[in-house]
Design a protein around this ligand. Structure first.
Ligand code: UGA
Length: 436
């Protein structure tokens, strides 16, 4: 089956490469000529473990190609995926659908065979109806159906998530849409991955509900962590204690500096907008957004405390280890590190940082921070060493070396990757999240 993927960003490229690996014939399309040129040269536009090898082997096998021409790329495709960005619209938090609608119009004008148009971009409820209207109005002369098929890929684990999904959600309104999508996902169906067929609007809402629920779970445990610090309890044990209840589940219960990334912050805001538009408030999600926003700067204040309080901290130095919103990505979008660095520099603290992949993206967001070549260079002369992102490289720091290099043996672990007793036994002052 021939598949066209319009948009060769994170979602489009990972999905396209995985579909090709399943044996489909895939064309990835993008307007950005330099991105397509680099892909032809085997250079990935994003950092995602395993993606370069997957792309290379499928290009070699003749199943994956790239083009800037939408009309060429969709020729003969039975499924045309729309996988372009839906950023938060400046000012009101609504998802900006202009890229999705522009693609829909072009697809409608260029359609040269019967095809199913699949929205993979995260789009608010009702977008599929509008995409259908646009394609109809653009004079499409062939049979088409518009289907919703949200993605549930985590950055850093996207290929595994695509190939071994917990579920596939397909929102279709007719048999044509359902039949073509069954064929698209047949290789996964054979792997017994559960497929949920539902209506288009339901499928669109499932995506937002899933991300909002996960953001709620994280925010819930983060507030429990704060309470643990006050009452002298241990949040990791609270997580285990509640997570072992199958009704709750143990995943996404790691307390930390607050969620970031390209999805949770944007999608929770967009869900609030939809709820407002339909006059159906979602107060829990409202609280999650507010609590998470204030948490990020609160983490900066936690570091100031470890430096002896806001007054004493002025002129001292902090080393930030990890800047990306999570490990195994170079993505800095809404990373808690931005607010932590800002709070520190606002308070007159000198900040040095190291991140294995994110420093290039981070530097413009935190111009006052000095980026270093390795963690120990950042730690040199620091009055507090702060783990902001749990990259594997920070899980086994040479603590004796840290003690020698740093100005003071103070470790602030915002991801709870060390054991308090161990670190304290080595002579450190140790602060973490929700553990005393
Ligand atoms: C998230 C979802 O997990 C994916 O299922 C979804 O497809 C994707 O958004 C999307 O909508 O495209 P992602 O943003 O890549 O994926 O990252 P996550 O692994 O979900 O982490 C999000 C944030 O939550 C990170 O800042 C992470 O540090 C934080 N987090 C996660 C915690 O603080 N605690 C946890 O227990 C888990």
């Amino acid at each position: 089956m021939k598949i066209a993927m319009v948009g060769s960003g994170y979602v489009g490229l990972v999905s396209g490469a995985c579909f090709a690996d399943f044996g489909h014939d895939v064309v990835c399309i993008d307007k950005d000529q330099s991105k397509i040129d680099r892909l032809h040269d085997g250079i990935m536009p994003i950092y995602e473990p395993g993606l370069d090898a997957l792309v290379e082997s499928n290009v070699k096998a003749g199943r994956l190609s790239f083009t800037t021409s939408l009309a060429e790329g969709i020729k003969g495709a039975s499924a045309i995926f729309i996988a372009v960005g839906t950023p938060s619209r400046r000012g009101d938090g609504h998802a900006d659908l202009s890229f999705v609608y522009a693609v829909a119009k072009e697809v409608g004008e260029s359609l040269s065979n019967d095809a199913v148009i699949v929205t993979k971009s995260t789009v608010p409820v009702g977008t599929g109806d509008e995409v259908e209207r646009i394609i109809k109005d653009s004079g499409a002369a062939h049979r088409f159906a518009v289907v919703s098929n949200p993605e549930f890929l985590r950055e850093g684990a996207a290929i595994g998530d695509f190939k071994r999904p917990d579920r596939i959600v397909i929102g279709a309104e007719d048999d044509f849409g359902r039949d073509v999508m069954s064929e698209v996902y047949r290789p996964l169906f054979l792997n017994e991955s559960p497929i949920l067929f539902t209506s288009r609007r339901t499928s669109e809402l499932i995506k937002y509900a899933a991300n909002a629920f996960l953001a709620t779970k994280i925010t819930f445990i983060n507030e429990m962590a704060d309470l643990c610090e006050k009452v002298g309890a241990n949040v990791q044990d609270v997580s285990r204690g509640i997570g072992m209840d199958n009704r709750i589940g143990s995943k996404f219960l790691h307390a930390g500096p607050g969620y970031g990334g390209s999805c949770f912050p944007k999608d929770t805001l967009a869900l609030l907008k939809t709820a407002e538009d339909y006059d159906s408030p979602t107060r829990i999600v409202e609280a999650v957004v507010a609590v998470n926003d204030s948490r990020k700067r609160a983490m900066g204040r936690k570091v100031l405390e470890a430096l002896g309080g806001a007054d004493a901290a002025r002129g001292k130095k902090a080393a930030l280890l990890g800047l990306t919103f999570k490990p195994n990505t170079d993505d800095m979008r809404d990373s808690p590190a931005i607010a932590v660095a800002q709070t520190l520099t606002d308070a007159g603290v000198e900040v040095a940082a190291y991140d294995p992949e994110g420093m290039e993206q981070a530097q413009p967001l935190m111009p006052e921070v000095t980026m270093c070549d390795d963690p120990y260079a950042a730690i040199e002369g620091a009055d507090a060493t702060v783990i902001v992102t749990e990259w594997d490289a920070f899980r086994a720091l040479d603590l004796e070396r840290v003690k020698t290099l740093a100005n003071a043996p103070v470790l602030v672990d915002l991801r709870n990757i060390y054991t308090p007793d161990d670190v304290r036994a080595r002579g450190f002052t140790y602060e973490s999240i929700g553990r005393v």
